[in-house]
Design a protein around this ligand. Structure first.
Ligand code: GLN
Length: 502
């Protein structure tokens, strides 16, 4: 039998990236292909196939996404305490495959069944693969940020492909000669299942090279009872499906859940904090500041899958720099394409600035992220001034706004991921990663509320509808700009709490 690779051997790599990163990169890339492909279809599917109003579709979208990210918190916790990252990932992937198969058989009847499997599955998959990336590095290894950047690029390659292909198939812009009209949504959902199988196979091939990383905390235990803990998690996650179905379908229940899970996670963190030193706790408080602000960021950013998706579908021309494309495809992929192009140059810009002792600290970067987000929303607002004779506004301006949004995201999201791993003591790393994603859950949830609050009346004229949506984006722009200014003003204070972590 070949000897299992040790953690030291994994972390002692001489190349720029550990070789295990590539397997995790591809596995996550395919998972995000499914996630973002689904996200790009959800609101449009609900509005066009389930006959929901824009307002309801937005609320439902927010609720669904909130559950996805809330489950990443729960999935992270169970991985830490019982399953380990590897088993969590396999279990999550399996659930996602089952969910997408439901949807491909009959998306209308099985909609909430399928979505619920996907929610729980993603919860077990998403946070744990990110945590495994963190484990490939020794504490203090300066190559960690570069690893996360590459991983983030993988996320966005998957998001681009999924965002373009799935809605393209569903709306008949791709493969329409081969797929009869009444089966197009089924085919798009079936693609999710196929791609998730590829993701899982990739992980299965990578697993061995991860050695001890991600094994269950009970792996070495002789106690037979611990096996039962595992079964309980599997059973519990299956049993939660019908409950989640009801909760997602009734957004009112989602409200209640969201009121509870945030305070609960905070209480749990405070409980864990009792044994840490003052400095460790101050760092955790700093991490919490990042987490809280990120909620506002995602609430505005995530209009992408909700109101902006509907806006693009209905009120934009199909002309992108002279080429004819579906505006929803641009909506679903422009952000990720810009991330793929600009993630590395922006990383290099930070290094360049740091050599000249001019690199802004993480708090100021967050602040800049908000200012970019605000600017982008002012550009969405300006779309009302570009409505042509056909009653449709400019796809080029819309895509440009996505470029600016992406600059904001790159100042915040990868920085947030790596700062969580730097500020949290080892014992609560999983928890803090979970809380980072839980902030996304709140962001998504508020995104749905925001989206619904700017949805026009069904009876309004097209021009009125465009004006209502764009007035909403102006409002969001101000929220973002104010948040950015507040962050920059209080940055010296948060910096103090970080005790030298950059
Ligand atoms: N785009 C990133 C991803 O899909 C971050 C998403 C988030 O945290 N809201 O992983």
């Amino acid at each position: 039998m070949s000897k299992q690779i040790t953690l030291e051997e994994i972390q002692d790599f001489k190349t720029a990236y550990p070789k295990q990163l590539y397997g995790l990169f591809f596995s996550e890339m395919w998972e995000r292909f499914c996630f973002y492909g689904m996200r790009g279809m959800l609101t449009i599917f609900m509005a066009s196939q389930l006959a929901m109003s824009d307002k309801d579709a937005n609320l439902q979208y927010g609720a669904t996404q909130a559950w996805v990210y809330a489950f990443t918190f729960i999935g992270g916790l169970f991985a830490d305490k019982i399953l380990g990252f590897k088993k969590s990932l396999l279990w999550g992937g399996l659930m996602m495959i089952v969910g997408s198969l439901f949807l491909s058989i009959d998306p209308k009847s099985f909609f909430f069944w399928g979505i619920s499997f996907l929610i729980v599955g993603t919860g077990f998959f998403k946070p744990n693969i990110s945590s495994m990336v963190g484990k490939l590095y020794k504490e203090g290894d300066s190559r960690r940020d570069a690893g996360f950047s590459l991983f983030y690029a993988g996320i966005n390659i998957g998001a681009t492909l999924g965002g373009i292909l799935m809605i393209g198939i569903a709306k008949g812009a791709i493969l329409s000669n081969y797929i009869p009209e009444h089966l197009r949504w089924n085919a798009a959902f079936c693609l999710v299942a196929v791609v998730m199988i590829i993701s899982l196979m990739t992980f299965i091939f990578t697993q061995k090279s991860l050695g001890p990383i991600g094994i269950s905390p009970f792996a070495t235990s002789e106690n037979k009872i611990t096996k039962w803990y595992e079964y309980i998690v599997y059973f519990g996650s299956l049993a939660s499906i019908p409950i989640i179905m009801v909760m997602v379908a009734n957004t009112h229940y989602t409200d209640i859940f969201m009121y509870i899970i945030g305070p609960f996670s905070l209480l749990y963190l405070f409980y864990e904090m009792r044994n840490f030193t003052k400095i460790e706790n101050q760092k955790l408080i700093a991490a919490l500041c990042f987490i809280l602000f990120s909620v506002i960021f995602w609430a505005i950013f995530e209009q992408a899958g909700g109101s902006l998706s509907l806006f693009a579908d209905k009120y934009l021309s199909q002309n992108l720099l002279g080429l004819s494309v579906l505006p929803t495809q641009v909506n679903n992929s422009a952000n990720s394409i810009f991330v793929i192009i600009f993630a590395a140059p922006i990383g290099l810009l930070w290094v360049w600035l740091s050599k000249r002792k001019m690199e802004p600290n993480a708090v100021v970067k967050f602040g800049l992220g908000f200012l970019f987000l605000g600017l982008a929303n002012l550009i969405y607002f300006s779309l009302r001034y570009f409505v042509g004779a056909d009653g449709l506004s400019s796809l080029n301006i819309f895509a440009f706004a996505y470029f600016i949004v992406t600059m904001g995201e790159l100042c915040l999201s990868p920085i947030g991921l790596s700062i969580m791993t730097k500020l949290a003591p080892t014992k609560v790393q999983g928890l803090m990663m979970g809380m980072w994603f839980l902030a996304s859950a709140y962001g998504q949830y508020v995104a749905g509320l925001f989206g619904a609050s700017i949805s026009p009346d069904e009876s309004a004229s097209i021009l009125e509808k465009i004006n209502t949506y764009t007035a909403g984006y102006k409002q969001f722009a101000w929220y973002a700009i104010i948040a950015g200014i507040v962050l920059i003003v209080i940055s010296p204070l948060i910096k103090k709490l970080m005790h030298g972590v950059k």
